[in-house]
Ligand binder design. Structure first.
Ligand code: SF4
Ligand code: SF4
Length: 776
């Protein structure tokens, strides 16, 4: 028995270690296939990165939002990292059954730790297995977060962990018996029942059992190593190693998620200068090797846990996009294509093969076939010749994304889905001009008129005729913004779209009532470029953004040179550059993205300013607004900019309202369907996202659905109106929509409550409330 155990264990160990070394080498060469990243962008602030890594691992910060699963996974992960001494002990036991580790082998704290973590690892993996089995995709279908995950690989990993955990436990019992433990011993506090069970066995029986179980433990460990080394795309196993670098190299060195700003376009690791692009610049991603090495690391790290998928509005409304399946497809494609790329293969911009026939002679046929697959394309060749067959990512997958950030927010290993999706969109739009045709109208309108609706710029100021107070306009009523506290950035929707204009007028009136000095731009401003950028049209975003930055800098009294750039000596503007926006997309673009093109402003959302004014007693909601209200979190306000509280505080300040939260709210809020330029595209597949969201709201039977974004306002209103019409016609699609139900911005609600005459002698409730924090 002993000899067989030694031979089996050592052979598997040698093979496992050799294959692991080979796999590590493969990974290093594989990551080198990716593009460089801008210097320092993934290594700056190493202290903060290290703290984030420790915090995310020890705190299991994302998984712990998912109840017991985080707790169970924590023990399994900690067991994997800290129980290797039990493996060393098992090797020694192969040669001498009562062998213990030198120095620490009999150290009580280590023995107790091993007992505790060993048992918790077993319990943890049992819980994880039960959760997987209860969520089998064959039962709840799309509702299962495991739908599409590689179940066989997951079962293999889980049974390996269970077997190793049980082997540790049994070995502890055998060790106690062979060491003649008498009575209860704290060193064996968990395995003591097994010590008792084995106690009556002869020494030789105990020895043989130890050889056998040690062999099982070692063999299982190294069979696992062999299997994962032969399958470098086995994310459910490799995340145990790759999650650490993936979290350390994450986009935000301060520990935040890859949300908010999109990244500037780079080629070869350098930002592209769109005013004078280089001849060999590569625009976007059309081949998997055009992702950065961090992108390739992202793909390989995916654990296939499906948390992203479970939150994705596209997936939840029957569309082909699942962020998990997208990442898995990119990973499997990259790994399958890697032998071809490592042999020097690849295509030039003209589609010519870079490698010679001799170079590719040794490349396996499967890798050569994989290299022929287009990154974006349909499974079958498009009848109009638009797409070649065998695409890795279907165009409908690519264009279904609303960039809502629900996937990024939940991913436990910090994968940056949106950046990858937008990089692929950039190539499709800029090089192939291949995107949903309806979005072309929006792009043309932006190019010609500077707004997505294609309306004349003079219409931006039309809403001023509908208010009964003065609103100073920069360049008309005031020279610059030195005399006011805030520039109110009204945005295209706020000035041109009828429903959003109600928010604009309500907010302006509230500022007027509160005595806040503000002004608006004169109508020459353009769309911020949010939709153009998220669609993938980076040059258009840059053009719009630079014009806006110039206009804003002028408005703030900066001195500009002939090219519109701020003269360095006048870097100190005449006034604080405070901007308030009613549109979260404007807030995000101006606050988070304009710094990339030279615009630095303090930007806050109107709900932040209104909450501040209520806190200061400058706005006093007195008139009750009766009814049940439910608040919809705009993705670009909530997840992308972490502003969840001010709208809720405003609602709470209005007497009479009862706020009922929808099941999906705050970090788990469900998109309205308009982000990522989806506002300008038809929604042809599955259920409309806005209808899904409104159905969730209607399940609370509200009188008011409130939000804080013009895009959300339009999408939710459209859905509610559609449901009312359906209800009128007797269709079941009408659901439970009350005839009186309203969809309003929180500013409208506040105005309704504030407008009642207030006792002029009334004192402010609170003074000197802290100023709201800008997004940057
Ligand atoms: S950003 Fe939103 S829509 Fe896009 S893949 Fe992620 S969850 Fe889905
Ligand atoms: S991308 Fe992240 S959240 Fe989605 S399945 Fe992979 S590891 Fe899980």
């Amino acid at each position: 028995m002993q000899l067989a155990a030694i031979i089996v264990s050592l052979v598997l160990t040698v093979v496992g270690v050799a294959l692991l070394a080979r796999a590590i080498g493969q990974f290093v060469r594989y990551f080198k296939l990716g593009q460089p990243v801008p210097a320092g962008s993934r290594t700056d602030n190493p202290y903060s990165r290290s703290v984030t890594l420790v915090r995310e691992f020890l705190g299991h910060t994302r998984m712990n939002r998912w109840g017991i699963v985080g707790f169970a996974h924590w023990f399994v992960a900690v067991g994997f990292l800290t129980l290797p001494p039990t493996l060393a002990q098992a090797f020694g036991q192969l040669f001498q059954a009562d062998w213990t580790l030198p120095v620490v082998g009999d150290w009580l704290p280590l023995e107790m730790y091993t007992e505790f973590i060993g048992v918790m690892t077993v319990l943890g993996i049992v819980v994880l297995m039960a959760i997987r089995l209860l969520n089998l995709p064959s039962r709840p279908g799309r509702k299962s977060r495991f739908a599409g995950s590689k179940a066989g690989q997951a079962y293999f990993v889980e049974y390996v962990i269970l077997t190793i955990g049980l082997a540790i436990y049994v070995l502890r019992g055998l060790e106690g018996a062979i060491h003649h433990v008498e009575g209860y011993d704290a060193s064996y506090f968990a395995s003591y029942p097994l010590v008792l069970a084995f106690k009556g066995l002869s020494v030789s029986a105990l020895q043989n059992l130890i050889y056998l179980v040690a062999m099982i433990k070692i063999s299982t460990s190294f069979i696992w190593m062999i299997v994962v080394s032969l399958n470098t795309n086995m994310g459910v196993a490799w995340h145990r190693f790759l999650a650490f670098p993936n979290i350390w190299f994450k986009r935000e060195s301060e520990g935040g998620t890859a949300l908010g700003a999109l990244q500037p376009m780079t080629s070869g690791g350098k930002p592209i200068d769109f005013t004078d692009p280089g001849d060999d610049d590569v625009f976007g991603v059309s081949q998997v090797e055009q992702f950065s090495w961090k992108g390739l690391l992202d793909f390989s790290t995916c654990t296939e846990c499906g948390r992203c998928q479970s939150q994705c509005p596209a997936w939840n409304t029957g569309k082909p996009l699942s962020p998990k399946l997208l990442i898995m497809s990119l990973r499997d494609h990259a790994h399958a294509k890697a032998p071809y790329l490592l042999a020097g293969g690849g295509k030039t911009a003209e589609g010519e093969e870079k490698a010679s026939e001799e170079q590719l002679a040794e490349v396996p046929a499967a890798a050569l076939a994989e290299a022929e697959r287009p990154l974006i394309g349909t499974a079958e060749a498009a009848s109009d010749g638009g797409f070649a067959a065998g695409g890795v990512i279907d165009p409908d997958v690519l264009w279904s994304c609303t960039t809502c950030g629900a996937c990024v927010e939940q991913c436990p290993v910090d994968i940056e889905h949106i950046d990858h999706i937008v990089d692929m969109r950039r190539y499709q739009v800029m090089i192939e001009s291949a995107f949903p045709s309806e979005a072309g109208t929006m792009l043309k309108n932006l190019e010609k008129k500077g707004n997505p609706w294609g309306l004349a710029k003079k219409q931006r100021l039309e809403w001023l005729k509908e208010v009964e107070f003065e609103v100073p306009v920069v360049g008309q009523d005031i020279e610059d913004l030195t005399e006011v506290e805030y520039l109110y950035w009204v945005g295209c929707a706020g000035s041109l779209e009828d429903r959003a204009k109600k928010t604009t007028k309500a907010f302006a009136e509230l500022l007027h009532i509160a005595g806040v000095k503000f002004a608006i731009m004169g109508g020459d401003e353009k769309c911020t470029g949010d939709s153009a950028r998220r669609l993938g049209n980076e040059p258009l975003f840059q053009e719009l953004g630079m014009e806006n930055v110039m206009a804003l800098n002028m408005a703030f009294g900066e001195e500009l040179d002939d090219e519109g750039k701020v003269v360095p000596e006048s870097a100190k503007p005449k006034s604080a550059k405070k901007i308030v926006a009613t549109c979260p997309h404007c807030l995000n673009t101006i606050g988070n993205e304009y710094p990339q093109i030279g615009g630095d402003y303090e930007v806050i959302h109107h709900t932040q300013l209104l909450q501040h004014l209520v806190d200061e007693g400058k706005l006093i909601p007195v008139t009750p607004v009766e009814g049940i209200i439910t608040y919809h979190d705009p993705c670009y306000l909530g997840r992308h900019n972490k502003i969840y509280t001010p709208p809720r505080e405003i609602i709470a300040s209005v007497p009479g309202l009862r706020n009922e939260e929808m099941h999906r709210h705050k970090e788990r809020g469900f998109c309205c369907g308009a982000g990522g330029a989806r506002m300008w595209m038809e929604e042809r597949i599955g259920k409309r996202i806005n209808n899904e969201r409104v159905d969730e709201a209607l399940s609370l039977n509200p009188d008011i659905i409130s939000t804080a974004c013009p895009f959300c306002l339009v999408m939710l209103t459209d859905s509610v109106n559609g449901k009312k019409a359906a209800a009128d016609s007797g269709s079941a699609a009408g659901g439970k929509a009350k005839e009186s139900i309203q969809v309003v911005d929180v500013a409208q609600l506040l105005l309704e409550s504030v407008k009642t005459p207030v006792d002029p002698a009334g004192e402010p409730e609170t003074e000197n409330a802290p100023e709201p924090e800008p997004v940057k």
